[in-house]
Design a protein around this ligand. Structure first.
Ligand SMILES: [Zn+2]
Length: 48
């Protein structure tokens, strides 16, 4: 097993803390939620 592949496999396994959807590297860098849940947390009163 290569250390780099192992590292990235763990990043891709990270999941949204709200809905459980898998998070990818772009979201993982700044949030523990997926993009949809992150927006809802920022604007909870906009839910229709
Ligand atoms: Zn989510």
């Amino acid at each position: 097993m290569e250390p780099v592949a192992y590292f990235f496999s763990h990043l891709q396994e990270k999941c949204c803390s709200v809905c459980g959807q898998k998070l990818w590297e772009q979201a993982e860098s700044y949030a523990t939620e997926c993009l949809d849940c992150h927006e809802k947390l920022l604007h909870p009163q906009e839910e229709k």
